[in-house]
Each structure stands twice: as C-alpha cells, then as structure tokens.
Design a protein around this ligand. Sequence first.
Ligand code: GDP
Length: 444
Amino acid sequence: MLENIRDAVRKFLTGSTPYERAVDEFIKDLQKALISSDVNVKLVFSLTAKIKERLSKEKPPSVLERKEWFISIVYDELSKLFGGDKEPNVNPNKLPYVIMLVGVQGSGKTTTAGKLAYFYKKRGYKVGLVAADVYRPAAYEQLTQLGNQIGVPVYGEPNNPNAVEIAKRGVDIFVKSKVDIIIVDTAGRHGYGEENKLLEEMKEMYEVLKPDDVILVIDASIGQKAYDLASRFHQASPIGSIIITKMDGTAKGGGALSAVAATGATIKFIGTGEKIDELEVFNPKRYVSRILGMGDIEAILEKVKGLEEYERIQKKMGDVIEGKGKLTLKDVYAQMVALRKMGPLSKVLQHIPGLGVMLPNPSEEQLKLGEEKIRRWMAALNSMTYKELENPNIIDKSRMRRIAEGAGLEIDEVRELLEWYNNMNKLLKMVKRRRGDIEKLFGG
Ligand code: GDP
C-alpha cells in the first residue's frame, strides 16, 4: 500500500540508521509499497535504479542535508512515475463546452458524470447532463436522481435505444438554452473484454458530437491492467483524458495511476468516494507529496524551490555578465524570497553581496543585522509598483518617498537599496569576461 511510504519517509528522516544503510532500507520499503499497490515491477525497478543513479552522479546542494536531498530525489522520480509536471487544465477553454464520458460498465461513469456536473456547477457554470447510456436501463434513472440532487437538468430518452441520437439531441437542446458545460454519459460496455467495441462506439459518437473533451473513466481496482485500455484509448482519441475512480476502495490505485501515466495520457481527476463531492483534480506532484507525508516533506520542497529560483537568478546574473539583459529589482526580490526559503540565514546571507556579512562565519549580531536589512528591503520592494520593479530607473525622489512611506521606512533606506542595486549591476558588467571572478563575488 502506498500509505506505507509515508511511514518509510518518517523512519528515514528521523531514524538514527547511518545514511547509506537508511537509503537501502528506504528503497526496499519503497519497492515493496509500490509493488503491493500493483505498480508494474519493471516500472518500480527502473524508478529505483534512476534514484540510485542520481545519488551517485549528483551532489547534494549546500542548503540541503543529505537525507533531505535524498527525499527530494525520491519526490522527483515518484512524481515522474505518476505523470510528472502535468497539471491538468480542467477549465473549459470555450463555451459551450461538451464533455463526453466513456467507460466500461461499473467503472463509475454515471456517478462521475454527476460529480463532474457538481464540480463545474460549484464553480459557477451552467451545467447540463445528457443520459446516453442505453445499455444499462437504470443509468437514466440514476443520472436523473443525481441531477435532482445537485440541481442540474438531465436530458434523456429512456425508451430510445440509439445513444448517438439521444446525445446529439441533448447537446443541441442544451446549447440552445445557453448551457455552459454539457456532460454526456455515453454507452458503457460490459467487462474489460469489450474494450474494442467501447472504443468503436466512442469514435462514432465522437464524429457526431465533436466534443471538446473525451474522458475515459477507469476503475482503479484494475491496477496495472489500466495500461492497455488507456493506451488504446489514448491512440484512438487525441483529445482524450482520464478519470480514475474508486481510489478510496482499492490497494491498486498506485498501479492504475502509474500505468495510465506511462501511456502519456493525462489523468484529470480521481474519484475518492461514492459521494457527489468526492472528486479531486489530479496533480501528480501534489499526489506524491501526500504519499510521502506532506508534513515531513513540505519544508524540504520549499528549500528546493528556493534553490531553483536562486539558480535561475544566478543564471540571469551570468547573462548580464555576458552583456545580455539586466537584473531588475524584481529579480532581486525573487532572489531574496528564494534565499529565505532556503534558510538558515547563516548559510544564506553569504550569497548576497554588499550586506556586510559575506564572512565565512558571521557572528550572531551580524546575522541579526543582515536579517533586519533583508526584512526592510523586502518591505521596500513590496511597496513598489510592478513597473518600478521592472524598471528601477523611473524611481525618482517622489516615488522614493511614496515607497518609503508605504514600507514604513526612511527615504534613505530606499535610496540605499537602489544604490546597492545599481552597484550590483555595475559589478556584473565589470566582471564581463572575467567569469572566474563571479564565484568569488557572489559567494557561490
Ligand atoms: P457505471 O456503470 O460506470 O455508470 O458505474 P456507476 O456510476 O453506476 O458506479 C458503480 C459503483 O461504483 C456505484 O456503486 C458507485 O457508487 C461506485 N463508485 C463510483 N465512483 C466511486 C468512487 O470514486 N469511490 C467509490 N468508493 N465508489 C465509487
């Protein structure tokens, strides 16, 4: 079960086992948890091989402890297993927006149609449901009940066996009555053996409806078997995305998610219960944070984010040195925010030139002064307009006064910040073609 990973993280971070052995133990726990959640064994081993490879090739950044660094790598690789950076866009890009739901019988398709309708209704859209599942007689009743429960109109023709006809008429009627989002619950098929028929029917309905999104509903309890179904669906429908239901009721959820992610299809939502509001937008990174134990890894991820931001700006500084672009106050601001995330200050202050604490071992008092200065400068940056941050040259005396007042500072402090900023840009220009010096200058 994936829940076991959380305990493994906790054990790894707080235990006293020596690092190398703790890493081995953790990797074993991770493999066990993934395999028992029906993640494909090949995927599991390539995941852990990748983690080990990164451990041997990369170097922990100075702001992270070795154990924290290890967990950040695990986080990264697990996120890739579940879909990487994919953040599904669930907002309709045009209105009216037609969603076609397909799936085998019992996958939770009709329930999910209701959940989706509720999801969009809560966000202020006018929603309509079309009951075009003609294979299961009770589907129409079920959808009507769901519709009544959430106050969403349902179109259906209980005695008409032609699903395409019903769907077409339903969509037309809703479009005429200015419904924003139309969700069509299409014909389900029996068991997973009839997938081909399911996909054929989907194509037929697709031709007629020309929907904006086609969503395949998959029951999580089929685990890694979801791979075949999802990949064929993915090939058959270029705009397709996937909803995985019953994540609450099975140990195989991890298997289903990773299998679908491996096909390249986007998982848009997951169903986490029978109730109408138990539908979540699926975000691989957020999901992995939860598996790893949000409380334990949040601080690590903040540091990593800070570090990435810091490196982005270091790179920009490099560009300025090469004569490309210039550093704006916005960058300076981002840099300070990043540095704070990376904490602790004693390590971080050395990265900011001109604060008077670029010593290898600043004293308590120097640290306090540095911290205070950053706080005050950030207040000043906060009370600048976007334009001023982008183009500090426009900051004249009256703007300085306004900024100082807004930040509760003396005007001289704002001036000092601007001077520091100008010096920084000058310095950067000076080191042009003396790249070796940059490290020394910025303490990196
Ligand atoms: P359909 O045949 O695909 O339309 O399936 P239904 O919508 O009728 O759902 C089949 C069963 O699965 C019903 O009992 C639903 O309550 C249940 N179900 C659907 N989604 C979820 C879910 O996310 N979690 C749980 N626990 N049950 C679900």
